[in-house]
Design a protein around this ligand. Structure first.
Ligand code: SF4
Length: 246
């Protein structure tokens, strides 16, 4: 639990520091040394507070690596921890402008330890390519880091338990844009019960990032006619990113 408390403190500090940076505060007086040696290297530095100098790649990657270790050992959701092959933390650029959030690992993800693989992942790759993006330039993760049995939806308690890790990933990557794939991702991230059909088609806000919600690739496999809506949503993102929309 001490590690979890430390992560919560780290998350709170990161949020506060990002708020200060946006407010134009570029320097802070030296802080006292953290007492938890496991988290000492994850504390933001003065250099990272300079608004004109974003944190070095290593800072974000280091934070993600520490979170990944915590997740790999996590047993907060007993049923999921007992049945998983492995945790599925996240992949991609630690300093990505765009962060994708999905629902939870499926069977393929559980086997490979990578989010969005299998048929849904292949469709996502096509959407990424059509949007003139590269998977390696995006950071991709899920609401849950462990596979729910039978691919059921995450339970509210599970999503709550895992939220700290998602928040940590978002704080570390500090993306300009977040894309929520599917209702579970969108409703959990934005803490709303509004349907995905109503959330999509416009930008929302979370942690300083513009949030776009759209249908999950698994849903598109069952309902191909909805691909048009996802393409409309991706065009919104492309326009924001300055990519040509044909
Ligand atoms: S789903 Fe998240 S909180 Fe639950 S056991 Fe897995 S890593 Fe831990």
């Amino acid at each position: 639990m001490a590690q979890a408390d430390g992560l919560a403190l780290q998350q709170t500090l990161l949020q506060q520091l990002r708020g200060l940076r946006r407010a134009g505060v570029t320097h802070l007086p030296p802080a006292s040394q953290p007492t938890d040696p496991d988290l000492s290297s994850a504390q933001p530095t003065d250099a990272g507070m300079n608004a004109s100098s974003p944190p070095a790649t290593g800072d974000s990657q280091q934070q993600l690596d520490q979170l990944r270790d915590c997740v790999a050992a996590c047993t907060r959701c007993r049923e999921l921890a007992d049945q998983r092959t492995q945790t599925v933390f996240g992949v991609g650029d630690a300093n990505a402008r765009v962060l994708f959030v999905g629902e939870a690992p499926g069977a393929d993800e559980d086997r490979q330890g990578i989010p969005f693989v299998g048929r849904a992942g292949q469709l996502l790759d096509k959407i990424i390519e059509a949007s003139q993006l590269k998977r390696s330039e995006i950071y991709i993760c899920n609401i849950l880091k462990c596979r729910p049995p039978g691919n059921r939806n995450p339970l509210p308690d599970e999503a709550d338990a895992c939220r700290e890790y998602l928040d940590g990933q978002i704080a570390a990557v500090n993306p300009e844009y977040i894309v929520c794939w599917g209702a579970v991702a969108a409703q959990n991230l934005l803490d709303t019960t509004v349907s995905i059909g109503k959330l999509r088609g416009t930008f929302h806000e979370h942690a300083g990032a513009k949030v776009l919600c759209t249908y999950h690739p698994s849903y598109l496999l069952r309902n191909p006619s909805m691909k048009k809506k996802v393409w409309e949503d991706m065009q919104l993102l492309m326009a924001e990113l300055g990519l040509s929309v044909n």
